[in-house]
Structures are given as C-alpha cells and as structure tokens.
Design a protein around this ligand. Structure first.
Ligand SMILES: NC(=O)c1ccc[n+]([C@@H]2O[C@H](COP(=O)([O-])OP(=O)(O)OC[C@H]3O[C@@H](n4cnc5c(N)ncnc54)[C@H](OP(=O)(O)O)[C@@H]3O)[C@@H](O)[C@H]2O)c1
Length: 332
C-alpha cells in the first residue's frame, strides 16, 4: 500500500461524498468528512470516516475542521432538485460552490495540504449544438453552470496557496440513491417521464456522457492519491442518446417506453434550464483521466449501471415485483 493520507471531504454526506468516504477509508486513508447535523455524523462514521461539523460558507468553521489534512476535496453543492427552481435556490448553490471553493482553498493552504480536488460538471463546456467536447473546449456556461466555471477558476488559483489543483468534471451521475435517478425510475413506471428532444417534432436527441456514482468515487480517490494535476473529464466509456437511455431504463422496469415530446412543448412544464439540459448533448471521453491516473470504470456503460440499480432497488424493496409488473414501493 502507498502512503497513508489525511483527506478532508466537504460534501461527505452527498451521493458522491459518502461513497468517497467509504472508498478512501477502504484504501486505508484517514478521512475527515464535513457534516452539518447528527444524521451526517452517522453517515460519515458508518463509512469509516471521522465526522467534523462545519459549513463551507463559514470560513472559521473550516480552519478547525480541515485540521492537518494532506488533501482537501470540495464535493459540496446545493443543486436545487425542484423542477423549476427559483433564482434564490440557484444563488445559494452558487455560494456553496464559489465561496466554498474560496474558503476551502484558504483553509487547505493554511493546513499545509498539498492537493486540492474540485468537483465540477462536464456540461459546463457543452457546445450549443451538442457536439463532442474535451478538456480544451472553452466553457459555455448557462445559469445552472456559471458558478461551476467560476469555481474551477478558483480551484486552479489554489496554486498560490501551495496546492496542486485537480478539477474533475464528471458526467451526469446516476445511482440507486440519487434523487434524480429515483425520480426517473418512479416516473417511468408511472408513465410520467417523456423523452424530451430538440427540433419541431422532438426527434433531435441529445447525446450525453454519464457516470455511475460508484465510479465517480473511485475517480476522486485516485485523484487524491495521484501525482498529476489539471482538469479532467470523468465519464463512462460510451456516450448515449438520452431517448435510448430512457427506453432501456423503461425496459429494465418493464414500463412502457416514454413518448417523445419536443422541447418547446415541454418548456412550460419543465422550465427552460431543464429542457436545455435534456436537449443539448455533452458527449466526451475519459482518455486523459485514464492515462493520468490509471482509473477504469466498474460500470463502463449505462447498461451495466442500470442492471445494478434495478437489482439494488429490488433488494431494498424500493421496487416490488407483483403479478402486474414492478411497482414503486411508495406508490402502492
Ligand atoms: N448530481 C450530478 O449529476 C452531478 C454530476 C456531476 C457532478 N456533480 C457534482 O458533484 C458534486 C457532488 O454532487 P452530489 O450529487 O454528491 O450532491 P448531493 O448528493 O446533493 O450532496 C451535496 C453535499 O453538499 C453538502 N452541502 C451543501 N451545502 C453545504 C454547505 N453550506 N456546507 C457544507 N456542506 C454542504 C451536503 O451536505 P448536507 O448533507 O449536510 O446537506 C451534501 O453532503 C457537486 O459538486 C456536483 O455539482 C454532480
């Protein structure tokens, strides 16, 4: 085994963060996870981490919480989960990302850490027409990703505090316990999830890069342990058209295939940001990250990931098999 690291994780109770605590503890590192309540303390402790209370918006709380970490990870965010979030919700998310990055890089510098790992999203650089993007594609942010781009800039500026910055832009995360994956499963079963497409008839489909949250965690752990710095795309091995992803998901659930709906028709119900997200692709690849860190996804395609998700849902009783097909447990 390599050197034992002291790693501080902000966002340790989130979909990505709790897996990262697990992964780093399994690899023998000392993991301190930032928490905000008792439930958070338990989540971190159960996974082999040391919970420490604080808030990324409260610089004083961080200098204590970060302690003497070697590596600091910023995986905290507050992306609104409502269908049409208001401006205030987006502003709070902006602060968690941006002010969080500022406070964490300062605290990491004061702690004498040598590495700073920042979570970001691949779709911050998506092209207007949805073509292939890579690490050299210029940012093209909208309201939802402006602060991600600014946060990346702050992360790179962490060099001035003696830190090697690594920015990991992950694909669209999916997981059995991720809110949006669960909403998708439940709504597909209830015939409430259309396949939104571009163009007059909704036939133009967005090709996106996805990532199972378990693979995001191994990627972040590799970035904590590695020597390279820079900005990398962390996605699975095969981009997929969203309608195909939704059809396959529906098939796995024995649900009817979702109808195609054009974006312009869906906009009043879903809002402009979500429609743009669903109709403008961001296909990319993981070659530079693989090469720099030797990482490989355990779920190379979305088909592999969906199998695991449906198995987990069945095992946990989220999905129940009945003579009439699967039902979502709390919709019975
Ligand atoms: N979801 C995606 O599809 C996706 C894709 C690519 C990248 N990402 C990025 O990956 C990162 C993690 O995403 P996720 O899906 O794991 O998010 P998540 O499940 O919503 O978790 C958010 C985490 O941030 C913490 N947090 C929020 N506000 C905080 C504050 N003021 N101070 C301290 N902690 C705070 C939450 O703590 P509490 O539990 O205390 O609320 C929680 O631990 C984010 O940077 C996100 O932008 C997400």
């Amino acid at each position: 085994m390599g050197e034992t690291l002291r790693v501080f994780v902000a966002g340790a109770t989130g979909v990505l963060g709790r897996r990262l605590v697990d992964e780093l503890a399994d690899r023998g590192h000392v993991v301190v996870g930032l928490t905000r309540d008792r439930e958070g303390d338990e989540l971190v402790a159960e996974r082999g981490g040391v919970p420490r209370r604080g808030d990324v918006l409260d610089a004083d709380s961080l200098s204590w919480a970060v302690g003497d970490a070697d590596v600091v990870v910023h995986a905290a965010s507050a992306v609104p989960t409502e269908r049409k979030p208001d401006e205030e919700a987006w502003r709070y998310n902006d602060r968690v990302r941006q002010a969080g990055a500022r406070n964490l890089t300062v605290a990491a510098g004061e702690a004498g850490a040598h590495r700073y790992v920042q979570a970001s999203v691949v779709w911050a650089v998506r092209k207007d027409r949805g073509g292939h993007v890579d690490e050299f594609t210029p940012p093209n942010p909208d309201r939802t990703t402006r602060s991600a781009v600014e946060t990346e800039r702050r992360a790179r500026a962490a060099r001035k505090f003696g830190l090697d910055p690594v920015v990991l832009r992950t694909g669209w995360l999916y997981a059995p316990d991720a809110d949006h994956t669960r909403q998708m499963g439940r709504n597909l079963l209830a015939r409430r999830f259309p396949a939104v497409g571009g163009g007059l008839l909704g036939r133009r489909c967005a090709t996106v890069s996805l990532l199972h949250a378990d693979d995001a965690a191994t990627a972040f752990a590799d970035a904590c342990e590695g020597d390279e710095d820079g900005t990398y795309h962390v996605v699975d091995d095969r981009p997929v058209g969203l309608p195909r992803f939704l059809r396959t998901f529906a098939d796995r659930l024995d649900a009817p295939r979702p109808p195609r709906v054009p974006g312009w028709l869906a906009r009043p119900f879903l809002g402009r940001d979500l429609v743009r997200f669903l109709t403008t692709g961001f296909p990319t690849d993981n070659d530079p990250f693989r090469e720099a860190f030797g990482w490989r996804p355990a779920f190379p395609t979305f088909e592999d990931g969906l199998d695991q998700i449906c198995d987990r849902w069945l095992a946990h009783g989220t999905l129940r098999e009945t003579p009439d097909g699967y039902v979502w447990a709390d919709e019975e």
